[in-house]
Design a protein around this ligand. Structure first.
Ligand SMILES: *[C@@H]1O[C@H](CO)[C@@H](O)[C@H](O)[C@H]1NC(C)=O
Ligand SMILES: *[C@@H]1O[C@H](CO)[C@@H](O)[C@H](O)[C@H]1NC(C)=O
Length: 270
């Protein structure tokens, strides 16, 4: 083959599929932009937050988790984006490798969480206990607990007597609080036709037996309700897991294809 022919061939034929290349580019670009958004939300939450009870409750500040996840995602998607655009094998390999690592880590954590479900429940219980203890100290924790109890129609972690963990609701005789033996009104079953919420509906509930409490509040603890919720929403949980896994698997497969195509291209030119 003479030189002219060789050049001509390279101009019209390429081993690199432009569809795969541009798809990987746009796809990485989308998640790259998304990672900036995550970092921005994390930074905003960090700046807004005056007290540190939330951080103490969750061991690590949720805002810091957002920032770290965002920054890691930023670097990974940046490699995919520029790697695909410039057909850079080093960047594509970095992208593929780190994405595989992140994917396998998530998979391992999910599998452990599933097989060690008792430990998972115990760890979650610790968080909820701290949220109950600090319910009155931190508005975010208060909103979180109220949201969980209303949404899942539950009260406390094991049951409604867990509210004794909190100084204000503690049910010992010596407790001078006017909310002694109460539960927050987010535990209360809504009364049909009631326009103004009775914020005192949970008063004295902790002294009542299950069957009496049943009439006023959600008597089941949030731990049992969470298990029931997952069992009745298995399809949704599976779809969410797939929604998280599929883009990662697609990224890994597409970048591997692109890497091998670029390598074919390089050997054909040599
Ligand atoms: C609530 O849970 C605690 C601890 O699991 C248990 O000792 C208590 O008997 C329960 N109370 C009711 C009313 O179910
Ligand atoms: C309620 O307060 C008393 C006295 O401070 C304490 O001994 C008890 O452990 C508290 N109850 C719970 C469930 O934490």
């Amino acid at each position: 083959m003479d030189r002219k022919q060789n050049l001509y061939r390279n101009e019209t034929f390429s081993f690199v599929n432009p569809w795969i290349r541009y798809f990987l580019f746009f796809f990485s670009f989308l998640f790259w932009a998304f990672s900036l958004l995550i970092v921005a939300i994390g930074v905003y939450a960090k700046v807004q937050k005056a007290t540190d009870t939330v951080r103490d409750t969750f061991l690590i500040d949720p805002a810091v988790i957002l920032i770290v996840v965002g920054v890691v995602m930023f670097f990974i998607t940046f490699c995919g984006c520029i790697g695909a655009l410039r057909e850079n094998i080093h960047l594509l390999k970095t992208f593929s490798f780190t994405l595989t690592f992140v994917f396998l880590t998530q998979l391992a954590i999910s599998i452990m969480g599933f097989f060690y479900s008792d430990q998972t429940r115990g760890a979650l219980g610790k968080f909820v206990k701290k949220a109950i203890v600090h319910y009155r100290d931190d508005l975010d924790l208060q909103n979180l607990m109220d949201y969980i109890q209303k949404e899942f129609k539950c009260c406390g972690w094991n049951n409604y007597t867990d509210w004794s963990w909190n100084l204000y609701f503690n049910c010992t005789h010596e407790n001078p609080s006017k909310e002694r033996c109460a539960v927050p009104y987010s535990c209360c079953t809504p009364v049909p036709g009631e326009t103004v919420v009775n914020t005192m509906c949970g008063f004295g509930v902790q002294t009542q037996k299950y069957l009496e409490a049943n009439k006023l509040i959600f008597p089941v603890g949030c731990a049992d309700k969470a298990v029931l919720w997952i069992e009745s929403h298995l399809l949704l949980v599976g779809a969410l897991a797939l929604g998280l896994a599929l883009p990662q698997i697609a990224g890994i497969v597409l970048s591997q294809i692109l890497i091998s195509q670029i390598q074919d291209e390089i050997t054909s030119v040599l």
